[in-house]
Design a protein around this ligand. Structure first.
Ligand SMILES: Nc1ncnc2c1ncn2[C@@H]1O[C@H](COP(=O)(O)OP(=O)(O)OP(=O)(O)O)[C@@H](O)[C@H]1O
Ligand SMILES: [Mg+2]
Length: 238
């Protein structure tokens, strides 16, 4: 049996007739941490959305655990083991924290798991989702997705717009989630330094194409690669 969690081959996709992603191929191994980085508007969100079936796939294939999923509707992909925390967070503002969490629960998941990772959510469990701070909403979006027990967790810029102290706290949580070795994590991030620190491998996207794929170590040793493809070095990128 292959140890591939996700395999994307020659994928071109976009919105309607518009093509945003061009001939993307990538593999993510089980338990691996992959970071996807790149400037604004290069197609990072579109790539995660395409994996979830939320865009128009023009060509190519997507397999989860060796099984083709590209013709399955989004909710079936989610049930098959994909969990997306969208850039827009998408919590239910009129439901309480607890109700939001329950809406994401699957199988033997329990609220306590979410509250253990995020004690702040337990304190605010009766509050409306819409009354939470940005950081708390992100915690809720992450916790809700985790209660769906995804084999592959897709995180779309989870640190965007959050205070450094919250970013550190979320990175700790990602560390805890990933360290078991069985959770596959795909992290899209503009905080390039943090992403490279967290990930085993990094993919750089530009203009809807993969312009570099390699280990995190390689990027640390060749800062020119980041400079060329993202326009920033590792230091400023943090
Ligand atoms: N729903 C949509 N309909 C049409 N075009 C879209 C849609 N969403 C995104 N695009 C376009 O697709 C391209 C890639 O956008 P995408 O959101 O994937 O970039 P991104 O790398 O995630 O950027 P950011 O870092 O700002 O989040 C952009 O040109 C964008 O305008
Ligand atoms: Mg995006």
């Amino acid at each position: 049996m292959s140890d591939l969690a996700l395999k994307i081959e020659n994928v071109s996709a976009g919105y309607g007739e518009t093509v945003v992603l061009n001939n993307i191929s990538l593999e993510v191994h089980k338990g691996e941490r992959l970071a996807i980085i790149g400037r604004n508007g290069v197609g990072k969100t579109t790539l995660l959305a395409t994996i979830m079936g939320l865009t128009n796939l023009h060509s190519g294939s997507i397999a989860l655990n060796g099984k083709p999923i590209m013709h399955l509707p989004t909710h079936v992909r989610a049930r098959s083991g994909l969990g997306l925390v969208p850039q827009t967070r998408d919590i239910f503002p009129s439901l309480s924290v607890e109700e939001n969490l329950i809406s994401g629960m699957r199988g033997d998941a329990s609220l306590d798991e979410a509250y253990e990772l995020f004690p702040r959510l337990k304190e605010r469990r009766s509050n409306g989702g819409g009354t939470l701070s940005g950081g708390e909403q992100q915690m809720l979006a992450i916790a809700r997705t985790l209660l769906g027990k995804p084999e592959v967790l897709l995180l779309d810029e989870p640190l965007e717009g959050l205070a450094p102290v919250i970013c550190d706290m979320l990175l700790d949580v990602f560390e805890q989630i990933a360290k078991s070795g069985s959770q596959t994590v795909v992290l899209v991030e503009q905080h390039t330094g943090l992403a490279v620190n967290f990930a085993d491998r990094v993919i750089i996207i530009d203009g809807g194409e993969i312009v570099h794929a390699g280990t995190s170590q390689e990027l640390v040793e060749n800062p020119g690669l980041l400079e060329r493809h993202v326009g920033v070095g590792l230091m400023e990128a943090n």
